[in-house]
Design a protein around this ligand. Sequence first.
Ligand SMILES: NC(=O)c1ccc[n+]([C@@H]2O[C@H](COP(=O)([O-])OP(=O)(O)OC[C@H]3O[C@@H](n4cnc5c(N)ncnc54)[C@H](OP(=O)(O)O)[C@@H]3O)[C@@H](O)[C@H]2O)c1
Length: 258
Amino acid sequence: MTSFPQFPQSDGLVGSTAIVTGASRGFGRAIATALSAAGAHVVGVARGSSALDELRDEVGDTFTAVAADAADPATASRLLDEYRPRTLVLCAGAAPQMAPLQDQTWESFSQNWNMDVAQAFHWTRYALRRPLAPGITVIAMSSGAAVKGSPLSGGYAGAKSTVRFITSYAAMESQRGGLGIDFVSVLPQLTPATDLGAAAVAAYAARQGDDIATYLSGLGPALTPEQAGKAIADLAAGPDRDQDAYLLTAAGLSPVQH
Ligand SMILES: NC(=O)c1ccc[n+]([C@@H]2O[C@H](COP(=O)([O-])OP(=O)(O)OC[C@H]3O[C@@H](n4cnc5c(N)ncnc54)[C@H](OP(=O)(O)O)[C@@H]3O)[C@@H](O)[C@H]2O)c1
């Protein structure tokens, strides 16, 4: 692993700054809360401001709310230059339209490309070209669907696979250029515990002709946002990080097998 003298590991995240996109609900909210509990000042990004303001009331002065479109390249450059984070978590994602291929339009099929992939591309590209200071960790939320596919969510699985590729390409470029920027992708399992996940679980259960409880019993223990938050905060703190992609389940992080 590259060592990053600017951000001593022994200090953990205390006093550092983290940017979390998608911080207003679901995994992003839990990640922002966990990073804050670990001592980071968190800049939370989402388009809607009211849920971010609620989170700020809950977390306090160590949370800064920014209402912005994370897929816009101007958001990436502005926030990275303004806050110079040690940790960047690209968690925002579009909720895919749950429908079989023939019921998708190109607009619905491509929405995760226009949001999730565009976000990964713009923030990662800016991090490399600027370049950001050595010692930064960039964590991008991909999905277990990137490995397994997701036949009811249009271009979602392909987009999330591309997020993983972008992150691994960036890791290579960082190493080649000696930039000291660490890029990691995380592939969470499907969970009903967020708005996005609940809609997907309902669609797959209906497709199988199962009720939701029966469908979920086949998935194993459900990943909670709190587990995701802790896993990402631990990953960001960094001492045990040795992979460029991890699966995330209720059992925690594990290397992606292929
Ligand atoms: N839940 C699962 O089962 C699951 C499984 C695998 C991977 N994931 C991935 O994990 C990430 C978080 O998912 P989640 O389930 O927590 O989703 P969620 O509950 O729907 O939350 C999505 C978050 O992203 C924000 N967002 C969406 N578009 C945005 C944009 N253009 N700019 C800024 N913020 C934006 C939303 O706020 P606004 O709408 O206010 O902008 C919200 O804060 C996503 O990347 C998702 O694909 C989820």
